[in-house]
Design a protein around this ligand. Sequence first.
Ligand SMILES: [Zn+2]
Length: 348
Amino acid sequence: MPELPEVETIARELCAGLCGRRITACAVNRPASVETGAPALSRAAFKREIPGLVVAKVWRRAKILIMDLVADGGECAGASTISAPGCASGNRDKGDVRRARSVPGREPGIGVTPPEDSSSKTAAAKASSAAGKTSAAEAPSNVVLHLAVRLGMSGRLWLTAPDSAPEKHTHLAFDLDDGRRLLFIDPRTFGNVRAVPGGRLDAWDAFAALGPEPLEIGPAEFAACFAGRSGKMKALLLDQHRVAGVGNIYADESLFRAGIRPEARADKISEPRLRRLHAALQEVLREAIAENGSSIRDYRDAHGDSGAFQNTFRAYGRAGQPCTVCGTKMTKATVAGRTTSYCRKCQK
Ligand SMILES: [Zn+2]
C-alpha cells in the first residue's frame, strides 16, 4: 500500500500534468469505486458535477491524494498545501491564472513546512487538532469539489496520452481539455474516490480524525503523540490517528534508524529517544520522497515509473539478512498484525 512518500510523489507529478486542466467528461465504469458516504456526493452527482471543473491543485494528506477542483475561470487561491512546491514548479508552462503559487519560506524539494518551535504545545491531541485545522483552513475558498483518492493496495492514477490503448481495470476515467485522460485503475479494488464539497473535508470523519503530518510537526509534538501510551511503538506509529501517513515500510525503517525495537512499549521510551525517532522518521520520509518512493508489488508513480527507495531499505523485508550496522541476523516478528523486521542488537 502506498505510504506518505509514494502518495506525495504521485501528487507532485499529477500536479505538474493536471493543474490548470479542465475535466470535460467523467466515466464511472465501476460504481463501487465511487464512495458516497456523507459529506461526499452521490454517484449521480459525481458524474454530473465534475465535468467542467478545473484542477487547481493536487496535494496530499496522510495517504490520501486530493485534487482541488474550481469552476472554470476561477482562480486558485494559493498553493498552501503539503505538495505545494511540486505544484508550483510543475505548471509554469501553462501561463494560467489558476496556477498555484509557491509559498515563501517552504523548503524546496521537501514540500512541507519546516518544523516550528513547538515547545508551547504538549498534548498529542493539541498537536493533532492543530495540524488538522491547518490543512483544512489553508484550502482555497473557491474550491467547488475536493476529489479525494485512496489508492488502497493496488490503485493507480494514470495520465494517458490522447491516443493510448484502453487499460484493464479502469474504474473511473476523466477526460481532459487537452485530449489526455486521467484514469483510476485498481485491479484489487481496495481503493476508492469520493467528491467532497469545497471546504467540507473536515466533515468527513476519517479525514478529520487523522493525526498530524510527521513532516510538519516538531520533536516535542511528536513525542507528545506517544508519551505515556502503553501500546507497542510500531503499532502506535501505524495508527493514523497519532501521526498520519506512516505504514509498514517507513515504520520499520525509522525504528531501525532510531534504535528502537518495534515491540517496545511507548511509555518505556524516553523523550530523547522519541525525539530521535522523530528525526529518523523525517529523515527516512524525506529520503524516500527524493527517490520517488519505494516500489514494492504494484506501486508505480503517475508516469508508470517505479520509485527507487526500496534499494536502500535497512530493515523492511530484511528478516534473516545481516544487519547493515552490526551484521547480526535480522529478526522477524509480527507487530500489530504486520510483518516486522528489526535487529535485536541495535534496537532496544
Ligand atoms: Zn544491528
